[in-house]
Write a protein that binds this ligand. Structure first.
Ligand code: DSN
Length: 419
């Protein structure tokens, strides 16, 4: 047999071993990183398909390579599904991930040196919304808004005042550690008043928007960007949705502006995920994500934890551990040993450094995809509290045993091994 026909177990057992180990890890752990999830077996299958062999620079009907008989209908199907699901005029499913999708917005709408305004990274924003270490904060002037110290929430009066003073050309809404609803209509109004384009990065909440568990930014924004792998539960990828008037400029910014050939195997997985997201079961999942996050936040607060902004409206919870005398990183590492995976994170006005911050960030998408509900959320918070109160190896080992018993009862989607 030619080596190309051998299974992975024969060609590269080392890699297979790592794949199996990662499957087991994902099955055995309680995964609470709010930007992660489990894709379905169908999404895995489509993403691992022979579309990985194809080049297709260009767009359907106008490619720079031959052999597009099946790529064109695939990409068109994904675009149509995205437009129907989110009520958009136009969708582009080619961005490799969220950051390239966001860069396309800059390339389409701004010139280097123009001004961008977004939520600051330490306040819950994203690097690509103008933060200084990102190309978006280096090649563009950037002004950043924050959240109020007393409420942990965005104050629209402050955003409006800053926008009036600074007159940015681009205003971003959206973030990575903001647990409250955005008033997209009000943000759009501010952008209109100062003559800025209004872009929304809905990467974290795209699945909630699709499932009707979060207001949609699509009617309000010039462009909406997203990743496809967070709450939306697709393969790792990116996408944007926009009005027809902006479609040509934004498409051109993705290709040939920023990228070469789209990852057609990812497009296949995205198409499947968009189909799944249009089903009634996905609406139920989205509602349950929000319900589960609310239970986690309430249980943490009942145990004296400082949940930033006093709760959550979405899938995400940000906790300031200062009053518990345990740094975020120490907590996250002890919890990981106990089989509870989340990430250490800066909190607004953090006095500690980003690599050793005061907080942790967690969320409910992956555990909800496993079918866990309020009872399990309460149990998870009880375990978290036990670990953070006593991060010793003996204690984390005891909790890890109990965690594995729970995860064994909730099979991980797309993974055949038992927990
Ligand atoms: N890295 C993503 C997150 O974890 O939120 C944002 O890009």
């Amino acid at each position: 047999m030619n080596f190309v026909d051998e299974p992975l177990s024969v060609t590269d057992p080392k890699v297979l071993e790592l794949v199996r180990a990662e499957e087991r890890r994902q099955a055995e752990k309680i995964r609470l990183i709010p930007s992660e999830n489990y894709v379905s077996r169908a999404v895995l299958e489509a993403t691992g398909s022979v579309f990985t062999n194809k080049y297709s620079e260009g767009y359907a009907g106008k490619r720079y390579y031959e052999g597009q008989q099946f790529v064109d209908p695939l990409e068109t199907l994904a675009q149509e599904r995205a437009c129907v699901l989110f009520g958009a005029d136009h969708a582009n499913v080619q961005p490799y991930s969220g950051s390239p999708a966001n860069l396309a917005v800059y390339f389409a709408f701004l010139k280097p040196g123009d001004k961008v305004m977004g939520l600051a990274l330490p306040m819950g924003g994203h690097l690509t919304h103008g933060w200084n270490v990102s190309i978006t904060g280096r090649y563009f002037q950037s002004v950043q808004y924050g959240v109020r110290k007393d409420t942990g929430r965005i104050d629209l009066d402050e955003v409006r005042d800053l926008a009036r003073r600074e007159r940015p050309q681009l205003l971003w809404a959206g973030g990575t550690a903001y647990s409250r609803l955005w008033d997209f209509a009000a943000m759009a109004e501010i952008a209109r008043e100062v003559g800025a384009r209004f872009a929304v990065d809905m990467a974290h909440v795209a699945g909630l928007v699709a499932g009707g568990a979060h207001p949609s930014p699509v009617p309000h924004a010039d462009v909406v960007t997203t990743t496809t792998h967070k709450t939306l539960r697709g393969p790792r990828g990116g996408m944007f949705l926009c009005r027809s008037a902006h479609a040509a400029a934004l498409d051109k910014a993705v290709f040939p502006g920023l990228q070469g050939g789209p990852h057609d195997h990812t497009t296949a997985g995205v198409a499947v995920a968009l189909h799944e997201a249009s089903q009634p079961a996905f609406r139920e999942y989205a509602q349950n994500v929000v319900k589960n996050a609310a239970v986690i936040a309430a249980e943490l607060m009942a145990r004296g934890y400082h949940v930033v902004s006093g709760g959550t409206d979405n899938h995400l919870i940000l906790v300031d551990l200062t009053n518990k005398n345990i740094p975020g990183k120490v907590a996250a590492k002890a919890l990981d040993k106990a089989g509870i995976e989340l990430n250490y994170n800066s909190v607004p006005y953090d006095t500690r450094k980003p690599f050793d911050p005061s907080g942790i960030r967690l969320g409910s998408p992956a555990v909800t995809s496993r079918g866990m509900g309020p009872t399990e959320m309460k149990q998870i918070v009880a375990w978290m509290d036990r670990v953070m109160s006593d991060p010793s190896d003996e204690n984390t080992a005891r909790v890890a045993t109990e965690v594995r018993e729970l995860t064994g009862r909730f099979p991980a989607p797309g993974i055949s091994v038992k927990g």
